[in-house]
Design a binder for this molecule. Structure first.
Ligand code: HDE
Length: 700
């Protein structure tokens, strides 16, 4: 072995392993490697042996401890939402909400509350890819001065089921099939659609799940929702119903399915990397927190039950009032310690916020403590720094695995009179400032016999599914129908497909027909419904494409600038400067990572190698090539595919005149999104050109 810095021989001098040899143990500092007992380690390269080739000695406690700890590095992953990425940040209140809530974080305009937000996919394991078609978790832990409040939501405002007792069935059905162990992170398989087709209440959520919402471009471009109806309670004890919304300042943007599939191969960590790069480069993602606040009379006026988690309140009926903003400005120091060990729980609420009787929420309140215990292995998981409240925690709970606190005195019970003796008596309850459950029954639903039934008011499973589908823009409707065709085409049992089509007829006969045609199957009769299907007023606010959050901006987006030897230096500079000025990030892509020699003789290093950086990784492309450079790239499949995919994924393509042959070979046809490298390209860069779509793929 040439490098002996990590290799100690038995042949004397050459075996010194460390350049820095501390003189004495008196100066034990952070630079010295130690065991977990604080013993300084002399050699971290070689285990203790009897003789140079001899057996390893059992007494090698340094080796034993190191391997022991390593062997136990993995902990059980989350049963759902295993794959996630998180960041620190703060919530800043716009104006006092003291009229509707006494929650401390909502009292003083301008006040900032630290928080930790974790985004996740639901179905895949911790090592699965970032871009499957899946719901995204959107969980926020607010470290308020009156304790932790966890708003554990999703990027979709409704859910698959109405009753917690169905959750294990739902999750079993979507996860890998029990006998074969596949597919990973995919709902496109028999058991999921079998369950869904038998559960009409999931139809509304299925519309959302098959829409472009579940293939987001970035975690920075998703909305978040608290899903359930919660309560805010003010100092007078008056309750207001509330739905929570997170609106991304970056806009709402999704990928195209073909793109999402290709990203999965090109960069399985696409979303995590994107969030990491944005935060570490100072482009802090931001969301506005908004509320839909309403009273019982408003709730009674709706044609559905606000306790039913398969329903949402259209913004056209009740606008979302922005109340503050969340900025994510710090990436965690350590993924495991923070992102993996963070333990959210919908039951973590603060005085001024309260639950409703939503039966799904009630089930969740019960469930999350269990999961954290089995995942983190101790009832003291709240003491892990990422979970610990940033206000004092004082009670008589004691002991348990991994107890980190050392309470003084003998008062571990209450009431006690020990303080009368000058001893520590411990904390006491406070009827004035302590959390008090809002006493009122939700429209008397707390009274009555013990029953295992669903209320009649939960019986309509199709009206909002119809409302959702019909509110979308035409391209989004086509994507949704095509997603259903894709997923159901992976279902092997034909009867499941037919049953699903019967449910879709109730949603919208045209949608059902399009899906049936896409499957090349006959359209069955509508399945029976438990309540009449209503034609509700449409909600254009639900659209991603041409909706209120369709920003068409280059801000926070990436432009891939494809160069090769001979590319015009002035053109490259002009386009990268203009992209930066528009708030975007130019990524230089060249055949080799070392870069390409530009027309002025300078070597411009690349940010990505062409073969490893397909255009799915960026939002728009600029192809800046000389005649010779273009001639060379015409023979590179990766270059042709780069341009072909950008066109197929409806992205803007700016190009130098000499790059035209590459565009021709990639089948690029002229349209508004195909421009020169000037201002037109910058204007087009943040857009997708939906008119192009019918020419590049057949949609249902
Ligand atoms: Fe969860 N859910 N869930 N869930 N959920 C978990 O808790 C559960 C539901 C959501 O980033 C688990 O720590 C039940 C709805 C998010 O760490 C577990 C029911 C919504 C996250 C659990 C639901 C969510 C979880 C798994 C039906 C949207 C990730 C690991 C009664 C409003 C949080 C864990 C993170 C995680 C149970 C339904 C959101 C097993 C029983 C509805 C964002 O406790």
């Amino acid at each position: 072995m040439a490098d002996n810095s990590s290799f100690k021989t038995d042949r004397g001098a050459g075996g010194e392993t460390h350049q820095h040899v501390p003189k004495s143990a008196d100066h034990q500092t952070a630079e010295h490697l130690t065991t977990n007992q604080g013993i300084r380690v002399s050699d971290n390269q070689n285990q203790l042996k009897s003789g140079p080739r001899g057996p390893v000695l059992l007494e090698d406690f340094v080796l034993r401890e190191k391997i022991f700890h390593f062997d136990h590095e993995r902990i059980p992953e989350r049963i759902v939402h295993a794959r996630g990425s998180a960041a620190h940040g703060f919530f800043e209140l716009y104006e006092s909400l003291s009229d509707i809530t006494k929650a401390d974080l909502f009292q003083r305009a301008g006040e900032k509350t630290p928080l930790f937000t974790r985004f996740s996919t639901v179905a895949g394991g911790a090592g699965s890819v970032d871009t499957p078609r899946d719901v995204r978790g959107f969980a926020v832990k607010f470290y308020t001065q009156e304790g932790n409040w966890d708003l554990v939501g999703n990027n979709i405002p409704v859910f698959f089921i109405q009753d917690a007792i169905k959750f294990p069935d739902l999750v079993h059905s979507v996860k890998m099939e029990a006998d074969r162990g596949f597919p990973q992170a995919a709902s496109a398989h028999d058991t999921f659609w079998d369950f869904i087709s038998l559960m009409p209440e999931s139809t509304h959520m299925i519309m959302w799940a098959m829409s472009d919402r579940t293939i987001p471009r970035s975690l920075r471009t998703i909305e978040g929702f608290g899903v359930h109806t919660f309560r805010l309670v003010n100092a007078k004890g008056v309750s207001t119903f509330v739905k929570f919304h997170w609106k991304p300042k970056q806009g709402l943007q999704s990928t195209i399915w073909d793109e999402a599939v290709k990203i999965a191969g090109a960069d399985p960590d696409f979303h995590r990397r994107d969030l990491f790069e944005a935060i570490t480069s100072g482009d802090f993602p931001e969301w506005e927190l908004g509320i839909q606040a309403f009273d019982q009379a408003f709730a009674d006026s709706l044609p559905f039950d606000v306790l039913d988690p398969t329903k949402f309140i259209p913004e056209e009926l009740l606008p979302v009032r922005p109340i503050g903003r969340m900025v994510l400005d710090r990436w965690p120091d350590n993924f495991f310690a923070e992102t993996e060990q963070v333990a959210y729980c919908p039951a973590n609420i603060v005085p001024g916020v309260d639950f409703t009787n939503d039966p799904l929420l009630q089930g969740r309140l019960f469930s999350y403590l269990d999961t954290q215990h089995s995942r983190l292995g101790t009832s003291n998981f709240h003491q892990i720094p990422i979970n610990a409240p940033k206000c004092p925690v004082m009670n008589f709970q004691r002991d348990g695995h991994m107890q980190m606190t050392q309470p003084k005195g003998r008062a571990n019970y209450e009431p006690n009179s020990l303080s009368d003796q000058g001893e520590i008596g411990g904390p006491r309850e406070c009827p004035v400032t302590g959390f008090e459950t809002f006493p009122s029954a939700d429209d008397a639903s707390e009274q009555g016999d013990k029953l295992r039934i669903r209320p009649e008011s939960f019986a309509d499973h199709y009206s909002q599914a119809r409302l959702f589908f019909r509110s979308l823009d035409a391209p989004e409707q086509a994507h949704l129908a095509s997603a259903l065709v894709f997923e159901l085409s992976k279902v092997e049992i034909a009867a499941i497909r037919t049953r699903m089509l019967g449910n879709l007829v109730n949603v919208d006969p045209d949608l059902a027909k399009r899906v049936a045609d896409g499957l090349n199957m006959p359209l069955p009769k509508a399945s029976p419904t438990a309540a009449p299907v209503l034609d509700m007023d449409l909600s254009p606010a639900l659209r991603i494409i041409s909706g209120p959050l369709d920003l068409d901006t280059l801000k926070g987006r990436k432009v891939g600038v494809l160069i090769a030897d001979g590319s015009d230096a002035a053109e490259v500079t002009a386009v990268t400067t203009a992209v930066a000025k528009a708030g975007g990030k130019a990524m230089i892509i060249a055949p080799r990572i070392g870069g390409a020699k530009l027309s002025d003789g300078t070597l411009l290093p690349a940010d990505g190698q062409l073969a490893g950086t397909p255009s799915v990784m960026v939002d728009a492309i600029a192809v800046v090539l000389s005649e010779d450079g273009c001639a060379m790239l015409l023979k590179e499949a990766a270059a042709v595919q780069f341009v072909m995919d950008a066109f197929g994924h409806l992205k803007a393509i700016g190009h130098s005149a000499a790059a035209k042959p590459l565009l021709d070979k990639a089948g690029v046809e002229p349209d508004e999104g195909v421009t020169d490298l000037g201002a037109d390209f910058i204007a087009a860069g943040g857009k997708r050109f939906w008119d192009r779509e019918p020419g590049v793929r057949t949609l249902a």
